[in-house]
Design a protein around this ligand. Structure first.
Ligand SMILES: [Zn+2]
Length: 458
């Protein structure tokens, strides 16, 4: 271990109290991005970050206004052209505190209970932002940075439709980097360091089946009019076969096969069938044959009916033959599926299977690409080493079933890989009441980041 790394680690350990105080300061600013009344707090959080970034030794710090909430940018490129450049992503906005009655302490008064700090944003993700600050500070207060560092911290992550995508497109040179670090994911347990290397994409549709020009009396017309609700259920039920596979022609054509080595990694995750049964409260699981639950939820594409509406659904009865039926349907996609191509495949399925007694319309509501990082990249290798040093074990490799558009946007626009990590653990109640962070894990995370930045140089 280099002397600098040693003293930086000691500095980080000696300054845990200061880290905690900083977290408390930032968390106490209720920067709820959805609430127009909190606009001043959003601005305050951005200013707080700006000052903090200058104090910890960033050489250029700037707040960029956007049509909604400002973006904070900072850099220290003193490591020079030979050293890699890391772009650290973060978001300083938080979810609303609702339901307020279920909080045991005030959501914006950070409260320590045992090893945990309770407050909105403690894990998602002000705590994690401060962890990156503390790691950088520990290195800069004891010497020079081994890598170039850029921070990109937005205030619109929790509202969707973030301006960040436009900002990245317009500032490609400013944000140029070798890879980006996204500390907004988590660990599967306090002793289970984890790297999220793949996220599923999504394509989301609204399907309408139109029949008669208006609702009809089912006694008068039942028997001669093809009921749109019936057509809808026929079409939807035809989308899976009896092995749990999606039947759209070509749906699996671009799916990257799972290699045995990757399946072995995924099988290390502590997420057996019991986990899903317990969490969901069902008696039995369902899904595509030939794949484990972890593979089905992260590494295989799926199709779900998210909503279904037709006819009369109030109390009592009404003998109606509905004029139309509507369904919300989404697919979760894996590399190298393309959400726009899936839209075309769905249209082909409907063209081939919808009867000519009705008309149909398929609208696209969302389309985000899947993403995957190279598990063998020098960046991931550097984090594996860091985690092994701090936790004494090889990190778990996680594929998340959901979609995180910001990761995909940065990857696509800047053409770089992501290292998705984080120090939140299960039970952190992100987005829910009593959000909390496990402080000993966060402090270990700071040490892992210090190791990580030094490992990148070698
Ligand atoms: Zn987050």
């Amino acid at each position: 271990m280099t002397d600098h790394k040693k003293v930086a680690l000691l500095y980080a350990q000696d300054h845990q109290k200061q880290t905690l105080d900083k977290m408390k300061e930032l968390i106490a600013i209720p920067s709820i991005s959805t609430d127009p009344e909190r606009k001043d707090d959003i601005q305050k959080a951005a200013e707080w970050l700006k000052k903090e970034l200058s104090d910890l030794g960033m050489t250029k710090v700037e707040i960029f206004p956007t049509p909604r909430h400002p973006i904070v940018y900072a850099e220290n490129l003193n490591a020079g052209k030979e050293a890699p450049t890391v772009l650290i992503y973060g978001h300083y906005d938080v979810q609303p505190e609702d339901p307020i009655d279920e909080w045991k302490s005030d959501p914006f008064t950070p409260t320590e209970v045992g090893e945990f700090l309770y407050a909105r944003g403690s894990t998602d993700m002000k705590g994690q932002i401060i962890a990156t600050f503390s790691a950088v500070e520990a290195i800069l207060q004891t010497g020079e940075l081994p890598v170039n560092i850029k921070f990109l911290i937005e205030g619109e992550e929790e509202i969707g439709g973030s301006y960040l995508e436009v900002f990245i497109k317009e500032n490609k040179d400013l944000l140029a980097c070798d890879f980006f670090l996204n500390p907004d994911t988590g660990m599967l347990g306090p002793d289970l360091p984890s790297i999220t290397y793949a996220l599923r994409g999504i394509s989301y549709f609204e399907l309408r089946i139109m029949g008669p020009k208006q609702d009809l009396h089912s006694g008068t017309y039942g028997g001669v009019i093809h009921n749109p609700a019936q057509v809808m259920t026929d079409l939807l039920s035809g989308l899976h076969d009896d092995q749990g596979r999606v039947t759209m022609k070509g749906f699996y054509d671009k799916v990257l096969p799972l290699e045995q080595e990757e399946r072995d990694e995924l099988s290390r995750l502590p997420l057996g069938d019991d986990h899903y049964i317990d969490q969901a409260g069902v008696s039995k699981l369902w899904g595509e044959e030939g794949y484990t639950s972890v593979e089905r939820t992260g590494a295989r594409p799926t199709l779900e009916i998210n909503g279904l509406y037709s006819g009369f659904i109030d109390e009592g009865q009404k003998t109606v033959l509905p004029a139309y039926a509507m369904a919300k349907v989404s697919t979760r996609l894996v590399p190298d599926q393309d959400p726009d191509e899936i839209y075309e495949l769905f249209k082909t399925y409907l063209a081939e299977n919808a009867p000519d007694t009705v008309t149909w319309q398929l609208d696209k509501l969302a389309a985000d690409h899947p993403s995957m990082s190279d598990r063998k990249s020098p960046w991931i290798t550097a984090y594996i080493k860091a985690a092994e040093t701090v936790w004494g074990k090889r990190p778990l490799f996680v594929r998340i079933g959901g979609s995180v558009p910001v990761v995909v946007h940065i990857q696509q626009i800047l053409g770089v890989d992501a290292v998705n990590i984080g120090f939140g653990i299960p039970g952190g109640n992100l987005h829910g009441p009593n959000e909390n962070v496990h402080l000993p894990t966060l402090y270990k995370g700071i040490e892992a980041l210090v190791h990580f930045f030094f490992n990148l140089k070698q």
